[in-house]
Design a protein around this ligand. Sequence first.
Ligand code: UTP
Length: 281
Amino acid sequence: MKILTKAVIPAAGLGTRFLPITKSMPKEMMPVVHKPVIHYVVEEAYHSGITDILIITGKEKRAIEDYFDMENGLIPNKYLSELDSMLKKLNIYYVRQKGIRGLGDAIAHAEAFVADDSFAVLLGDTITQPPCLKELIQIYKKLHCTVIAVEKVPPEMICNYGIISTSEDANCESFVIDDLIEKPGVDEAPSDLAILGSYILPPTIFKYLKQTVPDKNGEIQLTDALKLLAKNERIVGHIYSGRRYDIGNKLDWLKSNIELSLVDPEIGKEIRAFLGGHFDD
Ligand code: UTP
């Protein structure tokens, strides 16, 4: 059994919820305390044992490639030095998504990179603390199958996510997923367990992506390809109970800056004093 060394990070999305900021900068470069969002995502892969990363990019995403270049001319600080030492041990590749046709289509661009290996997928705009991928890899090492992170969401949020169904006890470390449905209405949803954007996928996913019919917006949904895969191969779910920030959503981006700066060794004390002062008023 090969160990998991490859990750794909889709980062080509338009970031319309952040307009006008995303007119000229990728949302994956939005700063969270000391670093851009995608730095956290690459770090999560690196700390989980990944050595080869393919980032799916698109229009107005050049800043991502520039960010992950090794910089020789700059005076290093702690964060730049940490980034450079991580980059020395990683191979990062890029491919441009031809048109923005959904997450499934973005991942289809990784077929040549992935070849015959299983691989991780991490969204370029999502931070998990503690790292969700480490938990998925623990399960993958035991079961050698597709592993998907899910979390419980309130009823009013169900229509925004891919939702899974299972006949097993979802509170176990892992459970078999019977079916998946993309953005169901609350009445048709088989559970309140939503796919949160961290996956370990098999190379056979590309076959199912090719069979997947675009949705009403012309997008190829990864959830629809996984639905086909679930009919032939085992998929297990794992409830992630850490903190997830979807930075594509403005409120989550602000929360990430507040919560992560509160515990930051460099500025946490001052932020706590600052915010405490405000609440005292
Ligand atoms: P999102 O749906 O959150 O990204 O995709 P978006 O399309 O930029 O969202 P809006 O415009 O604010 O509504 C989750 C992740 O998948 C990538 C995005 O870049 C993001 O990291 N993605 C999405 C792609 O790479 N290609 C796509 O066609 C869609």
